[in-house]
Structures are given as structure tokens and as C-alpha cells.
Design a protein around this ligand. Structure first.
Ligand SMILES: Cc1cc2nc3c(=O)[nH]c(=O)nc-3n(C[C@H](O)[C@H](O)[C@H](O)COP(=O)(O)O)c2cc1C
Length: 181
């Protein structure tokens, strides 16, 4: 396995060092090449590096996320197109998640970190983007940047500032046709 998969984890301590515009372009380019149902590419990534847009995006995050995420130089919202039908609709979120993983791995390869956030105020995010839920839906938020000093975090957050654990492959990769549940 390529070490990039172990190098990636979701930090809370970000430095205020800006992200090089070329690196930012590269992470979106990586998302661009994600496979999707019928090549529908149903993802939209709204991001900001400058206030007031950056702050407006951060303001849609729930407080428990905003308190540490505000240090990051790039904040974003991930939107899925909703005016889709049939299997294209049911695979939409799958495709958007795949695009975010491509973006995340490219960011990691460039020495950047990303922390994705489900803890956002969805109504506030839709309002900020002027988004009709029948046309597009905000799925998640994220922050992107360089890792910072864990000392800038609260004690509670510092305790979480390490790579996570995972269940073993044998619990989810099944050879044959019998699921383990
Ligand atoms: C869809 C999604 C939503 C998430 N929501 C949050 C969140 O609101 N707050 C947070 O601190 N982390 C959030 N995370 C990060 C996960 O908690 C994290 O990826 C998981 O614990 C595994 O840790 P690792 O990314 O460091 O390996 C989210 C991740 C994903 C993919």
C-alpha cells in the first residue's frame, strides 16, 4: 500500500500558512478525474481563502467544529446536485464522496491536511449559497491547510490530535458471497 493512505488523518490544529494557489489547483484537479455514474460529476466544491467569504463558510459550521476549524486558511462546503433521477440520484453522494477522497489524497501528497465536517448547520449553509435543496444539497464542509501546533487547541481537542484506528480488513473485505452480518 502507498504510504499516503497512512499519512492522511484529520487534524484539528491548522497553521495560518496560506495554501500555495498551485497546490490548491492541484487538489481540485485531482477531484476532477473522479469516476462517477455516467460521468455525471455531480460534485460542487465552494471554497474561500479570504474573508469575508472564508468566515461566512466557517460560520455555517457547528460551534464544536468552528472553534478549531477557524484557524485553517481554506474553508469549504461540498454540494451535490439533487435534480437527478434513478440510479444517477442514488449514486450521487457516493460520487461526491469519491471526489472528496481524490482531493484529500492529492492534498496529503502535497503535504497538506484536510478535515471534513458533517457538523455544519445545513440551513445556514444553504442560505449562504442561495441554494434550493431541490437543485443542490450541501453534504459536508471541510477545512484545508498545513498542520499547526497542537498547543493552540483546547485540552479536549488536543487529546484527539492523532491518527485514528481502523477495524481490520478481515472485518469488511469478504472473499466469496457471505457477508459478516
Ligand atoms: C462525512 C464526514 C463527516 C465528518 N464530520 C466531522 C465533524 O463534524 N467533526 C469532526 O471533527 N470530524 C468529522 N469528520 C472526520 C472523522 O471523524 C474522521 O475522518 C474519522 O474519525 C477518522 O479519522 P481520520 O480522518 O483522522 O483518520 C468527518 C468525516 C467525514 C468523512
Amino acid at each position: 500500500m502507498n504510504p499516503v493512505f497512512m499519512e492522511r488523518w484529520s487534524p484539528r490544529a491548522f497553521s495560518d500558512q496560506p495554501v500555495d494557489p498551485e497546490d490548491l489547483a492541484a487538489v481540485f484537479e485531482a477531484a476532477r478525474w473522479t469516476p462517477s455514474w455516467m460521468n455525471n460529476q455531480p460534485w460542487y466544491i465552494v471554497y474561500a481563502t479570504e474573508d469575508p467569504d472564508r468566515q461566512a463558510i466557517l460560520d455555517t459550521f457547528m460551534e464544536f467544529n468552528r472553534e478549531w476549524a477557524s484557524a485553517a486558511p481554506v474553508a469549504g462546503l461540498v454540494v451535490a446536485k439533487t435534480d437527478l433521477e434513478g440510479r444517477m440520484a442514488s449514486t450521487r453522494d457516493y460520487d461526491v464522496g469519491a471526489a472528496m477522497m481524490a482531493l484529500t489524497i492529492q492534498a496529503t501528497m502535497l503535504g497538506l491536511s484536510i478535515h471534513q465536517l458533517g457538523g455544519i448547520e445545513l440551513d445556514a449553509a444553504h442560505e449562504l449559497l442561495g441554494l434550493d435543496p431541490e437543485v443542490g444539497s450541501v453534504l459536508t464542509g471541510f477545512v484545508l491547510g498545513h498542520r499547526g501546533d497542537p498547543g493552540q487547541l483546547s485540552d479536549k481537542q488536543q487529546a484527539k490530535e492523532h491518527p485514528g484506528d481502523r477495524k481490520p480488513v478481515s472485518e469488511f473485505a469478504v472473499e466469496g458471497t457471505t457477508l459478516p452480518f
